[in-house]
Design a protein around this ligand. Structure first.
Ligand code: GCO
Length: 456
């Protein structure tokens, strides 16, 4: 508060700086100590589903190296760490019996973080559904709302007073679009009929967990959405209609019902005969008020009308004037500002927001060179997105924190280890960690509350 820096990019007092990961992407040892399999264990062991046949069997070996990883977090000056719990580690069958050793892993991790002065932000679900629940229909089974709330209760009670900020579900859209509509992610289904139902049950499960949290939990709870803003490709009416369909299918499908507005009308046009009506009581459950919302943000898109692109009938136009990351995603930082302003408006202007993921895949080498990893593209990306984030705060958006994706290079889902998003490099042969140039910059940003950005 008494700092002398008057830099434009100084962030508000109490702004929380951290980094994020997800269980299956980093932990490894997914079957250790009595854990049950998840749909990602199954999917990654199904030939042809993963690039290069990669699996999460070892990943970053975080299950064994979490102490070392907390040391990395300290060197990065992190104030917070967003991680997810593997449901089937804690409840091998997804319901019923608790695996004490699995729960103990997170118990120790949380204590270790608190000891290091790092605030744990806990996500209940980051895509690794217990395989035993998938055998009962997974997200297609309406009972999953209760299973999820019961699982949540185990964590709410166990970590009460230690975890203060909770996230229910990470990116409903990706769970459904990847897992049930296009099939590129576990469980690998391809059906619009299923997607409508799975999406609805993901939202119901979120609502049921929030309700349960109010009964037995303590702290703040919210959901984490990925929003990729849709910019106009032209002023042709058919492109504007395509833009609206894309926005409805990717962003408003989940945001609107959470805000009590039901499904956006364009969803009917997208899903046609697969579109379903659901009872009002479901929508009431889904709109159970939360304390905050997380935004995962990577890029924007510029969709044009494309009648053959199933089912949205829109296809992004490549913006060749801008850089693209290694995943082919356009680098366009002003869209982060726009998205935060939009989300602030869409959520009624009162819900605190947090950027729960933001980052980029770059062309990093497999091993450190002279003890360093130079990642100039990621440095640029980080710097410019932090400035864009600051601009949104300047426009009056209530943003409480920023979690870089990711603490570590890790398993990028079906792309395996081919894409590196870390601010810390992982040598997957030796498991050696090296903080990248982007991580060094981030540590400096945290130390100076953003003021270092004035010079960059
Ligand atoms: C996500 C994902 C991460 C991905 C990242 C990069 O929540 O989108 O949670 O798991 O690794 O987004 O694609």
């Amino acid at each position: 508060m008494t700092s002398k820096s008057t830099g434009n990019y100084r962030f508000p007092e109490g702004f929380l700086w951290g980094a994020a990961t997800a269980a299956y992407q980093i932990e490894g040892s997914s079957m250790a100590d009595g854990a049950g399999a998840s749909i990602w264990d199954r999917f990654s062991h199904t030939p042809g589903m993963m690039l290069n046949g990669d699996t999460g069997d070892v990943a970053c070996d975080h299950y064994n190296r979490w102490r070392e990883d907390i040391e990395v977090m300290k060197r990065l000056n992190l104030q917070a760490y967003r991680f997810s719990v593997s449901w089937s580690r804690v409840m091998p069958d997804g319901r019923g019996a608790i695996n004490a050793k699995g729960l103990d892993f997170y118990d120790k991790l949380i204590d270790g973080l608190l000891e290091a002065g790092i605030e744990p932000l806990c996500t209940l679900y980051h895509w690794d559904l217990p395989a035993a629940l998938d055998d009962r229909g997974g997200w297609l089974n309406p009972d999953i709302a209760d299973w999820f709330a019961d699982y949540g209760q185990v964590l709410f009670e166990k970590f009460k007073g230690r975890v203060k900020t909770w996230g229910t579900i990470n990116e409903p859209w990706v769970i459904v679009d990847g897992g049930y509509l296009h099939g590129a992610l576990a469980p690998g289904h391809k059906s619009a009929f299923e997607a409508m139902i799975a999406g609805h049950n993901v939202l119901r499960a979120h609502g049921a967990a929030v309700k349960r949290f109010r009964e037995v939990g303590e702290g703040q709870i919210g959901i984490v959405l990925n929003i990729e803003p849709k910019y106009p490709a032209s002023d042709k009416p058919e492109d504007e209609a395509a833009r609206k369909r894309a926005e409805a299918q990717m962003n408003r499908w989940f945001l609107d019902p959470l805000m009590g507005r039901g499904y956006p009308e364009q969803l009917k046009d997208v899903y046609g005969e697969a579109y379903r009506e659901f009872p009002q009581e479901d929508f009431d459950l889904i709109a159970t008020p939360t304390d905050w919302m997380g935004l995962n943000w990577y890029t924007r898109s510029v969709p044009e009308n494309a009648p053959d692109a199933w089912p949205v009938r829109a296809r992004p136009v490549k913006q060749i004037q801008h850089a693209h990351t290694e995943t082919g995603w356009e680098v366009y930082p002003p869209a982060l500002t726009d998205t935060l302003v939009w989300l602030h408006e869409q959520t009624g202007g009162k819900l605190p927001l947090m950027v729960t993921e933001n980052g980029s895949a770059g062309y990093d080498p497999p091993h450190a060179i002279d003890g360093r990893i130079h990642d100039p593209m990621r440095v640029e990306y980080l710097k410019n997105h932090l400035k864009a984030l600051h601009d949104a705060i300047g426009k009056g958006v209530d943003i409480r924190g920023y979690m870089a994706w990711s603490l570590l290079d890790n398993l990028e889902w079906s792309l395996g280890y081919s894409k590196r998003f870390g601010i810390t490099h992982v040598n997957f042969q030796t498991q050696e960690r090296t903080i990248k140039d982007s991580g060094l910059l981030y540590a400096e940003v945290i130390k100076t509350h953003g003021a270092v950005l004035d010079r960059l």
